[in-house]
Design a protein around this ligand. Structure first.
Ligand code: AMP
Length: 174
């Protein structure tokens, strides 16, 4: 006779017993997380500079705000470009000792890739990886409404994975 703790499988068991890791929810949830979900936790702050400001002002802002890039906007707040620490380091190598007085518009990237709050985080991660940049301004109806970094996306995904692992442990332990 089988030990009392052992329950022989019965007809119909297979259909009912689907583990958490096999559910549609767990397999698809992370691919469907949107930019707006990340911004809910991060907030909508976007630090910007005007094109005529100098790199001296930019490095001060980057240090003060603990960030790696600024968006460049015109007098109406419209996006004109993006300037990251990489642009500054590159220019410092090209013009040693003469970089700080240069203007933002001379260093910024004009062709800015943006995303919308409804975009999926995993798509943004792919775009950043393929384009080799780490910042993505978020636009809603043409207006800046946030900035996400590759670090934000990776951190968010790690939190999701921790939560999924916890859920699975709970399912096992009961
Ligand atoms: P990053 O890795 O974000 O520090 O930027 C690397 C390079 O890509 C720099 O030349 C930036 O000006 C540029 N860059 C950063 N973000 C973007 C973006 N969203 N679209 C286009 N270029 C960008």
């Amino acid at each position: 006779m089988a030990p009392s703790s052992y329950q022989a499988p019965k007809r119909g068991d297979k259909a009912e017993k689907v583990t958490y890791s096999q559910t549609t929810e767990s397999n698809l949830s992370h691919t469907q997380t949107t930019v707006s979900k990340l911004l809910e936790g991060k907030g909508d702050a976007v630090f910007s500079v005007r094109p005529t400001e100098t790199i001296r002002e930019v490095v001060g802002l980057l240090k003060e705000k603990h960030i790696g890039a600024l968006v460049v906007t015109d007098q109406n707040g419209a996006l004109m470009g993006i300037l990251s620490e990489r642009d500054i380091v590159r220019r410092m190598a090209e013009t040693p000792g003469q970089t700080l007085p240069q203007s933002v518009e001379d260093l910024m990237t004009r062709n800015v890739q943006t995303c919308s709050p409804d975009d999926y985080l995993m798509d943004i991660l792919s775009r950043m990886t393929e384009g080799r940049f780490r910042h993505m301004p978020v636009l809603k109806d043409g207006n800046l409404c946030g900035m996400i970094t590759i670090g934000d996306v990776v951190h968010f995904r790690l939190k999701e994975l921790e939560y999924e692992a916890l859920r699975m442990k709970q399912m096992i332990v009961g």
